[in-house]
Design a protein around this ligand. Structure first.
Ligand code: ADP
Ligand code: UDP
Length: 236
């Protein structure tokens, strides 16, 4: 596997071509942003943790029948993934009210829902990733009706697997964001990352936040929270 030219540098990762036209290499950075890039910083060691955690979650999900882009971890920060065309939707599942949901609807954080919710944001930095519904996504040709159905089913399945798994680690899975992509043959698979950057994770006993909210809200002990999640996942 040879790493070729960089295709893209995002806020948290770089993406490289490889000598295999169906594979990319992602390289996780320590850079952190919040509020559509208004707040910027670094979280020491985050790239390593997010790489290991994403790969850990993708392998768990594959075992439970969810297809993902994961191929092989190359180094602390680098992983080989299947090249996909990203469906430009941020798919957000919530089990408990928090963040933009609590703000938008004027409710407290911490309300446990009887059923998980799903919502989509249009992945478009210039527009600030606006909330979008299925019909808007179809009108904008971001995905077909069938693709949206597949994505919803997969996202709820991911939630069931992850919720049960985090429960065994004494962690409450509050909410998270997923991205899906299409392989060259049109199959929808789970892509991007699953990490404390993209999930809200609360300690089950104390409610302590073990995710990027520590950075967003200047709560301190940011690095420690990421390390604690890694420790619970891998014992290291
Ligand atoms: P952002 O683009 O939001 O700043 P990142 O820094 O995480 O986010 O950049 C990684 C980019 O790579 C994202 O745009 C993501 O959608 C894209 N991506 C993730 N997995 C794949 C994949 N398997 N194939 C192609 N692109 C991918
Ligand atoms: N999220 C994400 N990327 C985004 C927006 C949200 O990974 O661009 C995650 C976020 O970490 C949280 C969930 O999606 O776990 C729901 O986020 P919310 O809509 O509450 O937005 P926030 O207030 O976190 O920006």
């Amino acid at each position: 596997m040879t790493k070729l030219e960089q295709l893209y540098e995002g806020k948290a990762k770089k993406v490289f071509k490889t000598d295999d036209e169906n594979l990319y290499i992602v390289d996780y950075k320590d850079d952190a942003t919040a509020f559509n890039g208004e707040k910027k910083g670094t979280i020491a060691g985050k790239g390593v943790i997010n790489n290991i955690m994403s790969n850990h979650m993708f392998q768990l999900l594959e075992k439970q029948g969810v297809p993902t882009h994961f191929v092989e971890q190359l180094s602390e920060r680098e992983t080989v993934v299947k090249k996909v065309s990203i469906v430009p939707l941020e798919v957000i599942i919530r089990n408990i009210s928090a963040g933009s949901f609590a703000k938008r609807y004027g409710v407290n954080e911490g309300i446990v829902f009887e059923q998980p919710t799903i919502e989509f944001s249009y992945k478009n930095d210039d527009l600030g990733d606006p909330l979008i519904n299925d019909y808007h996504a179809m009108a904008l040709k971001l995905a077909t009706a069938d693709e949206i159905e597949t994505i919803k089913k997969m996202a709820f399945k991911v939630n069931e697997v992850m919720k049960a798994y985090f429960d065994t680690l004494n962690v409450t899975l509050v909410d998270f964001k997923l991205e899906f992509g299409k392989t060259t043959d049109g199959t929808i698979i789970l892509a991007d990352e699953i990490s404390p950057d993209t999930c809200r994770l609360w300690d089950k006993d104390t409610g302590e936040k073990l995710d990027k909210d520590r950075f967003r809200r200047d709560l301190g002990n940011v690095e420690e929270a990421y390390q604690e999640i890694l420790r619970r996942l891998t014992g290291k």
